[in-house]
Design a protein around this ligand. Structure first.
Ligand SMILES: [Zn+2]
Length: 300
């Protein structure tokens, strides 16, 4: 007994079953469930019907399993203990303590980060598409683009979604609303409220004028062979100060493989940009005509 204790303290990972489980590769999404929570049988109501060898599995998780059990049955109990831990985990992580633990993991980016470029490495949250085990593997929810993604690693990709449940991300974001990323850009400063700041389709008039001016300039520049001019031009500062982060700054992502634009999409984008230029040229032409017309009418 003394030997067991001393060898256990030197190797923390193997100290308790839960510590061993959490340190196993591929189990990084799980948090440590408090033993108090597991020992309160009320929290486990109904799980005895989901798990075979329920009591032995529970004993294994809490390190009270009979030592004399042979290896074969130990293996069977082992797999059931993992299932039981997962199912308790789904219940635990929507409790106050569980949410706090998962919040720390979320902040550290333990669940990975959104692959979408415009989400700027937004941390993800695990979500199950079903609350029943053996239905769907775990997915990752991005609170910014509100989409779900499959985990990068196959180890994580094979974890049962029911070990996190279908309401976990919502619960976490409701309890900690301050970690919800802001989707709307900060309101544009309004130095002179009035017609100038009237919104057209949610876009301030000022911004629309700036866009039109930019399009005209681009049409005049008329460098047809540079189909990437659109991408570089959008970052050039435009005349008067644009509202920070407002609709004026359009970000357009051009998919690339090893730096080369993806053929179909780049062709489509080139077409869109050509149409863009044509339209801008038409607007410019129309403006010229109306100003000429004004001149002639004032001349008379
Ligand atoms: Zn995202």
């Amino acid at each position: 007994m003394m030997e067991d204790l001393s060898s256990g303290s030197s190797d923390y990972a193997a100290n308790t079953w839960i510590a061993w489980f959490l340190s196993t590769k591929g189990n990084e999404y799980f948090c440590e469930i408090d033993e108090d929570y597991i020992l309160d049988r009320f929290n486990l109501t109904g799980l005895n019907t989901e798990v075979h060898h329920y009591f032995q599995a529970l004993d294994m998780i809490t390190d009270t399993l009979d030592e004399s059990i042979d290896d074969e049955s130990r293996e069977k109990i082992e797999s059931q203990a993992r299932l039981l831990y997962g199912l308790i985990h789904a219940r635990y992580i929507i409790t106050t303590r569980g949410l706090a633990k998962m919040l720390e993991k979320y902040k550290r980016g333990d669940f990975g980060r959104c692959p979408r470029v415009l989400c700027h490495h937004q941390p993800l949250l695990p979500v199950g598409l079903s609350d029943l085990p053996f239905q769907r593997p775990v997915k990752l929810y991005c609170p910014l683009c509100e989409d779900i993604y499959s985990p990068k690693s196959s180890r994580h990709g094979s974890i049962d979604g029911a070990f996190f449940g279908s309401s976990f991300p919502h619960m976490l974001l409701m309890v900690y609303p301050h970690v919800l990323p802001s989707k709307t850009p900060p309101p544009a400063p309004q130095p002179n409220p009035g017609l100038h700041w009237q919104l057209y389709g949610g876009i301030p008039a000022e911004v629309l004028h700036q866009r039109a001016a930019m399009l005209e300039r681009r049409a005049r520049a008329d460098n047809d062979d540079d189909i990437f001019s659109f991408g570089s031009a959008q970052h050039t500062p435009i005349g008067s100060p644009a509202p920070s982060g407002g609709e004026g700054s359009i970000e357009r992502i051009r998919p690339r493989i090893f730096g080369f634009p993806v053929h179909e999409i780049s062709r489509l984008m080139a077409w869109q940009e050509r149409k863009h230029k044509e339209q801008a040229a038409r607007i410019a032409q129309f403006r010229d005509q109306t100003t000429k017309h004004e001149h002639t009418s004032t001349g008379n």
